[in-house]
Design a protein around this ligand. Structure first.
Ligand SMILES: Nc1ncnc2c1ncn2[C@@H]1O[C@H](COP(=O)(O)OP(=O)(O)O)[C@@H](O)[C@H]1O
Ligand SMILES: [Mg+2]
Length: 530
């Protein structure tokens, strides 16, 4: 008999070591959206376009973005994204894009597309993983010098590995960032493909100009509005939105000297009166230094913070598209006969401000016999995958569309000639995973989406009812037209007068009476997509 000898704790201990975050994502690339070649190609384009839009908006520049996807061997593509944004200063380039979990957006509560600092670097990681090649980064801040880098990521250290670097004094006027990389991928043109994605970006960002050159030719998406939405303000976390662990970490790193000042400086909606009230409730001296608070006291403080009544977080940190811009975005890309939009007032989930808005394009050339197309946007970024898991899809199928003039069997996506767009705007969008494709169905969020859809539905129903009335009126008019000559003849004979003037008179009466019925709203909202 062979005796099995287990490992000792010491032996097991020797096997333990730290995992670099890049190594983790290299193994778990599906978490970043790189689980299959089709999705991977889209994710690379999406992450880089997100960054370009974020940077341009923050610098208050009307974005112009070039996207190129060119085949380079079987299942291989060369992807190039270039923008007219502020660019990056030379020494920031390797750090910003050659290190995972490094970025400018994680530490602040502000509405933006990027959150975690793994979008751009994640794309570079995927490129080197599938092709072994470095990524080329070219950037200028508009100082007539251009930085050129060839870069990879040292996965074990999660550090940039610079292959080549030079600064050219080329006197060029351009500012922005150009990223070029080779990746393994698959190109499709159907629903989850890049052209559809870029079209949705154009709808959700009508102030951006985008040129896409794909394997099958060039597509141009001109801008429809010449101004950016207002810049969203940065806010401090709301006490009702933080978790105990986060509170402890904040207390360790704060610059505030006392608990009272920590609460008023590092949170929104706590004044000195409230700070003292919280301390009293927790039985803590407000003058004590935050770093010196015991674990149990932190917990007491946390509980007291949740207990006090506070004003909701400020919501001027949100920048929705607004009803007019949403309609302009849809009109520019879709041929439909009716457009409507609803922007709800801001709300709060777990202490995080958010806002829901939605819009519809209906009729015209949209296919009538298929499920409607759903455009999901979060902070102006289209969400393409994980449709079924997303709060937006759930809210749409959970709404009774039959009342509003669309077909629907049970609780499912309705059928009809419509595109419905739902936009969630927040300083922190609760995504279901790092690949940021589906919004979590928090009850507060679900409720707002449903309310916005119901309001949109009522607009739609008004239009559909008006249209039906018009059609009925038209049919009546046709019947009259058919019988009018006979009626005029008969009246002429009876009154001994010529039939012609009677016919003309009757015709003008009918015309007048059927015209008034035409729904002015629908007339004015007929789209002229270009
Ligand atoms: N096109 C760009 N123009 C200017 N700065 C950029 C651009 N792309 C990325 N950056 C900078 O690099 C950082 C890292 O980007 P990324 O890895 O995508 O993370 P995130 O977008 O989540 O912050 C950004 O926070 C930003 O500061
Ligand atoms: Mg990003």
């Amino acid at each position: 008999m062979v005796e099995e000898i287990g490992k000792t704790a010491e032996e097991m201990g020797k096997e333990q070591r730290q995992i670099a975050v890049s190594e983790f994502f290299e193994k778990n690339r599906h978490l970043l959206g790189y689980d299959n070649p089709t999705k991977a190609l889209l994710t690379v384009v999406k992450e880089l376009v997100d960054n370009s839009l974020d940077a341009a908006e923050e610098a208050r520049i009307l974005p112009r973005i070039w996207v190129e996807v060119k085949p380079n061997g079987p299942d291989r593509f060369r992807v190039m994204i270039k923008d007219n944004g502020p660019g990056l200063v030379d020494k920031q380039i390797p750090l910003a894009l050659g290190k995972l979990l490094y970025g400018s957006k994680f530490f602040r509560l502000r509405q933006s597309r990027g959150q975690q600092g793994i979008g751009g670097s994640g794309a570079i990681l995927y490129s080197q993983l599938t092709t072994g090649k470095p990524t080329t980064l070219i950037s200028s801040t508009g100082n007539k010098k251009t930085s050129h880098y060839e870069m990879m990521i040292d996965v074990k250290k999660n550090e940039p590995e610079i292959i080549s670097h030079q600064i050219l004094e080329d006197g060029r006027e351009w500012h922005g960032l150009k990223v070029e990389m080779e990746i393994e991928g698959r190109y499709i043109e159907s629903r989850q493909g890049i052209p559809e994605y870029i079209k949705q970006v154009a709808i959700g960002n009508p102030f951006a100009e985008i040129v896409f050159e794909g394997p099958n030719g060039k597509m141009e998406f001109p801008r429809a509005v010449n101004e950016l939405p207002p810049i969203p303000k940065e806010i401090m976390p709301h006490p009702h939105g933080v978790e105990l662990g986060i509170l402890r970490r904040m207390m360790k790193s704060t610059k505030s000297r006392t608990i009272a000042s920590f609460m008023t400086n590092d949170f929104s909606r706590i004044g000195s009166g409230t700070a003292n009230e919280i301390c009293k409730l927790a039985g803590i001296d407000p003058k004590i230094s935050p770093g010196r608070l015991e674990v149990e006291d932190t917990e007491k403080l946390f509980k007291a913070m949740q207990k006090v009544k506070l004003v909701r977080p400020p919501t001027d940190c949100l920048s929705p598209l607004g009803e007019e811009m949403m309609v302009k975005g849809l009109k520019k890309e879709l041929y439909a006969e009716f457009f409507a939009a609803v922007t709800r007032p801001p709300e709060v989930y777990r202490g995080n401000p958010f806002q829901i808005e939605c819009a519809i394009a209906f009729g015209g050339q949209l296919p009538a016999d298929q499920p409607i197309k759903v455009v999901r946007l979060s902070n102006r970024v289209p969400l393409i995958y994980q449709e079924g898991d997303c709060a937006i899809t759930k809210a749409i199928s959970g709404t009774d569309w039959k009342r509003y003039g669309l077909q629907q069997s049970g609780r499912s996506i309705p059928v009809g000639p419509a595109v419905i767009m739902v936009h969630i705007v927040s300083v922190w969008v609760p995504f279901l995973s790092e690949s940021k494709q589906a919004v979590a169905a928090y009850p507060d969020i679900m409720k707002e989406i449903k309310l916005s859809l119901q309001e949109l539905g009522r607009n739609l129903q008004h239009h559909v009812a008006g249209k039906r009335k018009m059609e009925m009126q038209q049919r009546r008019k046709e019947i009259f037209d058919r019988y009018l000559p006979e009626v005029a003849n008969a009246v002429g004979k009876l009154t001994n007068k010529p039939a012609e003037p009677i016919l003309n008179k009757l015709r003008s009466i009918i015309k007048k009476n059927t015209e008034v019925i035409v729904d002015d709203r629908s007339k004015e909202e007929v789209g002229n997509a270009g």
